[in-house]
Design a protein around this ligand. Structure first.
Ligand SMILES: Nc1nc2c(c(=O)[nH]1)N[C@H]1C(S)=C(S)[C@@H](COP(=O)(O)O)O[C@H]1N2
Ligand SMILES: [Mo]
Length: 384
């Protein structure tokens, strides 16, 4: 078995080389032994190994991490201020949130917009994530709507909720991570200020003491180490809102340059499925001839309707069984049993949601490599 340090080295190398030499799916580099996969040498960009994408909840210890600047100090008493176009500005710690508002738990996919960027052709700059910049967890907290209502928000003037956290950049030239969400999204009952993940207090890497949860929308909206919520007229200024995390309004040719006015904020993530078992490159004994293909599927637009699996390169497809609650922004596990024969086998998965969105064979290219959602396939070797 390849050790953790070796796997890290291979991934850092893969990131430097770009598509064509991708190792993150190799079974030895994608263990399920409780380690995360480190990208580009940065300790705060950690991927969940693909082998975990066969269960409904991703354990927190192997849940991917993406932090632009690294975490601030751990301070569980840090307060959140709610201000701007509100009648009663508030200052709240986790204790006040728990005492003053009803607690809710939302199970949702947290996915970085750049997940799968390494698979974009032509290559685009940025962290070369393969499949592991996503996970699903149960988040517990209070509704942002309830907090805004308590603050007496101005419904006519306040159109955007600006959110920022306690992390700061080590380099003065790099801006802080500041985002905003439109008021409609802030009032959505699934948008919550969370202080727990999978039943435990939030860990520092995932935003302790509190973070924003914006189900169905990409991870960049899910601000960690939340310290400030400000209702204002305009979208937030700054690099992370006005330059980064933007996608073309209309599809563009691969490799195209897209002017800023033809871009919009990357919000709802598209339909996708990923196979977690078997791992790409595995060698498996034939056994009784049965093999299972297991993975996860989700869409930010609608609940999943079906996942199909093909073992003949996409000529014929069979419906897989779905497990778990069916909701937009929440993943279900799919499971399919097939007959395996000695030699090389390849399985492809594709998903459809209840609005009729179909996972495309090839993802649509965009300059930042966001929302890769092409068909995922794995190859394994069956030994007699
Ligand atoms: N304050 C703050 N919040 C942040 C970030 C950050 O750098 N700083 N990164 C965002 C991005 S781009 C993603 S994908 C998610 C990742 O959440 P996780 O590390 O808990 O998986 O956090 C988001 N929230
Ligand atoms: Mo992200």
């Amino acid at each position: 078995m390849m050790g953790r340090r070796r796997a890290i080295g291979v991934l850092a190398g893969a990131a430097a080389m770009g598509p064509g030499r991708l190792f993150a799916d190799a079974p030895t580099a994608s263990p399920t032994d409780g380690t995360l996969l480190r990208y580009g040498g940065a300790p705060q960009n950690l991927a969940t190994p693909t082998g975990y994408f066969e269960r409904l909840i991703t354990p927190t210890s192997v849940f991917f991490v993406r932090s632009h600047h690294g975490p601030p100090l751990l301070d569980r008493t840090r307060k959140l201020s709610v201000e701007g176009l509100v009648k009663n500005p508030l200052t709240l710690g986790v204790d006040e949130l728990r005492k003053q508002f009803p607690e809710v738990t939302v199970t949702a996919v947290l996915q970085c917009a750049g997940n799968g960027r390494a698979l974009m052709v032509p290559r685009v700059p940025g962290i070369q994530w393969m499949h592991g910049a996503m996970g699903q967890a149960a988040f517990t907290g209070v509704r942002l709507r309830d907090v805004l209502e308590r603050a007496g928000f101005d419904k006519s003037g306040g159109r955007h909720v600006r959110v920022s956290g306690a992390d700061t950049s080590a380099k003065p030239s790099t801006p802080d991570f500041v985002r905003s969400i439109p008021i409609e999204r802030a009032l959505d009952p699934t948008t919550i200020i969370a202080f727990k993940m999978n039943g435990e207090d939030l860990t520092l890497a995932h935003g302790a003491p509190m973070r924003l949860i914006v189900p169905r929308w990409a991870g960049d909206h899910w601000v960690k180490w939340l310290t400030n919520v400000r209702l204002q007229k305009e979208e937030a200024d700054g690099f992370y809102m006005q330059t980064a995390y933007r996608v073309p309004i209309e599809p563009v040719e691969p490799g195209a340059t897209v002017p800023p006015e033809k871009m919009r904020s990357a919000s709802t993530f598209p339909i996708k499925s990923t196979i977690g078992f078997p791992l790409d490159g595995a060698r498996v004994p034939i056994g009784n001839g049965k093999q299972r293909v297991v993975g996860i599927a989700f869409s930010g637009e609608a609940p999943i309707a079906a996942v199909e699996v093909s073992i003949d390169g996409g000529k014929t497809w069979s419906a897989a069984k779905l497990e778990g609650p069916s909701e937009a922004g929440r993943w279900q596990v799919f499971r399919h049993e097939l007959e395996q024969t000695p030699g090389r086998m390849r399985a492809i998965a594709r998903a459809t949601d209840k609005k009729g969105n179909k996972q495309p064979e090839k993802a649509s290219w965009n300059p930042s490599g966001y929302f890769w959602n092409g068909w995922h396939s794995v190859e394994w070797e069956v030994t007699a």
